[in-house]
Design a protein around this ligand. Structure first.
Ligand code: SF4
Length: 229
């Protein structure tokens, strides 16, 4: 697994836990607002897996959970092996995913290798191409949503809200797709150094908190809880 980044202590990435976050390099999407360019472009010195495992052994009395983020961790078959090593140390695992690999998510769930799932929903599934993916695979996004909603573990869905990508109708479509979901988080697009600045160049004003409150009220009609981060 190409481990491209490490945050030894985070208070915000794993709800309710002091976590250690590892960032897996490589992604199959090309979100214009992505801030993980180093991971996407492979411009890093990878961490050895043993380094991470030893660190987790040392921090057993401090760290309460491990977040596997990316990039997109589900691109790799060795993800299961890594999860197993971490679970064998006694840590709960939160997985951050873009939801494009439902088969991998299903395997991890069946083997009880993850304890919390956070899935980004970029837009309505039929609109992923061409902005996020050359070829859209809406079925896979929908499949992942179904799997996560029925998994017996805590989860959240998240959407980054940028003009040109998200509007009230799209939020409504997403909210209907995840109807009944325990948690849906909306976050503002961060205009600082996105992967594709050209994509955003004709936007004069980004959404603000008021716009997100409006989206929240739309989503709240179908999901159990919607928050703004
Ligand atoms: S899914 Fe995440 S890591 Fe991949 S391009 Fe989008 S924002 Fe970046």
């Amino acid at each position: 697994m190409p481990i491209g980044g490490l945050q030894k202590t985070s208070l915000i990435d794993y709800p309710g836990k002091i976590s250690l976050v590892i960032f897996i390099a490589g992604c199959n999407l090309k979100c214009p607002y992505c801030h993980n360019q180093i991971l996407i472009k492979g411009d890093f010195t990878p961490y050895k897996e043993n380094t991470i495992i030893n660190l987790l052994k040392e921090r057993i009395n401090f760290t309460q959970g491990v977040v596997i983020s990316g990039g997109e961790p589900t691109l790799y078959n060795k993800l299961e092996e890594l999860c197993l090593k971490i679970k064998n140390l006694g840590y709960p695992i939160k997985l951050d995913t873009n939801g494009t690999n439902p088969d991998k998510i299903e395997k991890l769930l069946k083997k009880k290798l993850i304890d919390y799932l956070a899935m980004d929903i970029k837009t309505a599934p039929n609109l992923y191409a061409p902005i996020f993916q050359e070829k859209a695979e809406p079925k896979k996004i929908i499949e992942s949503i179904k799997l996560i909603k029925t998994a017996q573990i805590p989860y959240e869905f998240r959407t980054t809200c940028s003009k040109k990508i998200i509007n009230g109708d799209i939020i409504e479509k997403i909210a209907q797709l995840i109807a009944g979901a325990n948690l849906y988080a909306l976050q503002l697009f961060n205009a600082k150094e996105p992967l594709n600045p050209e994509f955003f160049k004709d936007i004069r004003k980004n959404y603000d908190k008021k716009d997100l409150l409006n989206f929240k009220s739309i989503a709240e009609k179908t999901v159990k809880k919607c928050i703004i981060r």
